[in-house]
Ligand binder design. Structure first.
Ligand SMILES: NC(=O)c1ccc[n+]([C@@H]2O[C@H](COP(=O)([O-])OP(=O)(O)OC[C@H]3O[C@@H](n4cnc5c(N)ncnc54)[C@H](OP(=O)(O)O)[C@@H]3O)[C@@H](O)[C@H]2O)c1
Length: 242
């Protein structure tokens, strides 16, 4: 495997599980020094660091609950300025709009939009100065266009807005070697998927087969390898329409 990201520092928010972990391993294999942030599980953090190192990569990591906007600045004090920023952590809640609370709106928009936004604003100047940067954001299933969602309005609104963020970064920083894109996975089974969510993913996915983290990460790393793709909102969902 060509070490295309040798000498680059990568920060993966939500990099200790699911899609973020699968992508963190791929970045390590390609030569990046990977800093993974996890939420609460030391076991998953250690497992991820071990997996990256076993694959020949260099990895460090820490646990940090990124629930408040101030968390973004705090996260960045813990590591060198990243050349590659991945925002994978993206919580959701299913409920009709009329049942979402103020706390739901704040939690879902802060973690899915404000946190990536603050991180990007904090690191972009340095990427522009260095004339090199890669930013990858994760949208939601079908948030590549403006549409209605019966049970995920707050989550999907925040995820849809990430497209504006990516296109804005591409517009102003693309000329300086910085790419910023949004990947919108289809329903993807991870180690966090269980019970009701597992059944939902199977029932709704084309052919009854949900995606897995490796399939999403394989495509995501290709986008990072090719900065010609910039400001794009890319569904990786085998044509699923919810
Ligand atoms: N899975 C899907 O079907 C699907 C579909 C469409 C879009 N997406 C999007 O794809 C991205 C990845 O999703 P995913 O399902 O793989 O995983 P995820 O649950 O969004 O993220 C898991 C990662 O976030 C960390 N985390 C958990 N709570 C946290 C907190 N309070 N503060 C900071 N970090 C926390 C986890 O650490 P711990 O393990 O320690 O908790 C882990 O590293 C998300 O943005 C999601 O919205 C997913």
């Amino acid at each position: 495997m060509e070490r295309i990201f040798a000498g680059k520092q990568a920060l993966v928010i939500g990099g200790t599980g699911g899609i973020g972990k699968a992508l963190a391993i791929r970045l390590g294999v390609r030569g990046a020094r990977v800093f993974v942030q996890g939420g609460s599980s030391r076991e998953r953090l250690e497992g991820t660091l071990g997996a990256i190192r076993d694959a020949g990569g260099e990895a460090e990591g820490f646990l940090y609950d990124a629930g408040l906007p101030e968390s973004a600045a705090e996260i960045l004090t813990r590591l060198p300025p990243p050349d590659i920023l991945i925002c994978a952590w993206g919580p959701y809640k299913r409920a009709p709009v009329e049942r979402l609370t103020a706390q739901d709106w704040i939690f879902l928009t802060v973690n899915n939009l404000t946190l990536p936004g603050i991180l990007i604003s904090s690191v972009l100047g340095d990427m522009i100065d260095k004339k090199w940067g890669r930013i990858l954001l994760f949208g939601g299933t079908n948030t590549d266009v403006i549409r209605g969602f019966a049970t995920t309005a707050a989550y999907s609104a925040a995820k849809t807005a990430l497209g504006v963020v990516a296109k804005s970064v591409a517009l102003t920083a693309g000329a300086y070697g910085v790419s910023c894109n949004v990947v919108c996975p289809g329903l993807t089974d991870t180690e966090y998927t269980a019970g009701v969510a597992e059944n939902y993913n199977r029932e709704r996915s084309p052919g009854g087969i949900p995606l897995n983290s490796d399939e999403i990460a394989d495509m995501a790393v290709r986008i990072l390898e090719h900065p010609q793709v910039n400001g794009a909102i890319i569904p990786i969902d085998r044509g699923l329409k919810l």
